[in-house]
Design a protein around this ligand. Structure first.
Ligand SMILES: [Zn+2]
Ligand SMILES: [Zn+2]
Length: 292
């Protein structure tokens, strides 16, 4: 098994044109491993209704320094890019931005809010939104580390039980072929029925199909739904991806996305469940100290 950083190098060899984005992903992987985000995981939210993600409506207390450091690190990696849109994310003026409100907008996948931040910062809006989405991930992965073993077994929704995102793909594991949805935001895995569309919830086998693109690897396919025209990539593996490699397995299988898009299938652009979290400073002392 290659380490996540070796996987990034491998992707850079296969797709040299992705180098700017892979530099940001490499920085993200280091941040995902950082245990300092564990302190921001809220306690005592594990008793919600069986259709509500654990982070929904959470009041999060986040250390502004941790959020700033993550943004700095990702935007510094973006700055090394020769692609002007990516580089604009770095040259943006961050001193003007309220980083905790920015973090809140990223967690809530608030694209209008992020668009405003991008224009204040003078950054390319799409590149800015993409980097902001990544900046929420170290916190989301910390939540998954804390909650993965206590996720409700009764969870049958198509969206993530932790962060409400739609699955990035499905793992079909082992000889019993158990199907798990995998979250591209927090890395979570949750068990799913074999014939079930995560987006519209249909279990009608007449509507559900499978595409096996000719050039794809034999362990991968695309599940399709003719009810909502949604698609989901599927990988047959022994154990499934580790949380940190979900984003890499998603990137590495882009030819499956292209095959599905060519046939008129797509993935929903909005989140599965709107989180609506509130983010406040966890360390007010630091704020006072700085304003001296
Ligand atoms: Zn998630
Ligand atoms: Zn569907």
């Amino acid at each position: 098994m290659m380490s996540p950083l070796d996987r990034v190098k491998d992707l850079r060899r296969r797709y040299p044109e992705w180098t700017p984005w892979l530099a940001v992903i490499g920085a993200l992987l280091e941040e995902i491993e950082d245990p300092s985000w564990d302190a921001a995981v809220p306690l005592g939210t594990l008793s919600q209704a069986s259709t509500v993600p654990l982070l929904a409506k959470a009041d999060l207390q986040v250390d502004e320094r941790a959020a700033s450091r993550t943004f700095e690190k990702l935007t510094r990696a973006a700055a090394r890019s020769s692609v002007p849109q990516m580089a604009s994310v770095r040259s943006a003026s961050y001193a003007k931005l309220d980083v905790l409100r920015l973090f809140q907008a990223a967690l809530n996948r608030d694209s209008e809010g992020l668009q405003e931040f991008a224009s204040v910062a003078g950054a390319d809006p799409d590149a800015f939104r993409a980097v902001a989405a990544l900046a929420a991930m170290p916190f989301l992965h910390a939540c998954n580390r804390h909650w993965a073993s206590s996720l409700p077994e009764s969870w049958v929704e198509g969206y993530c039980p932790i962060c409400g995102a739609w699955p990035a793909f499905a793992d079909v594991r082992g000889i019993e072929r158990a199907r798990y949805f995998r979250c591209g935001g927090c890395g979570a895995a949750w068990q799913a029925r074999c014939l079930f569309c995560p987006y519209c919830g249909t279990t009608d086998h007449e509507a559900l199909g499978t595409l096996v693109p000719a050039r794809s690897e034999s362990n991968s396919a695309v599940d399709t739904c003719n009810g909502c025209r949604g698609y989901l990539k599927t990988f047959t593996t022994l154990q499934g991806s580790s949380p940190a490699t979900v984003i890499l397995d998603d990137l590495a299988s882009v030819e499956l996305d292209l095959a599905a898009l060519e046939r008129g299938y797509k993935r929903p652009s909005a989140a599965g469940y709107a989180l609506d979290v509130t983010v406040t400073e966890s360390n007010p002392v630091a704020v006072f100290a700085r304003s001296d």
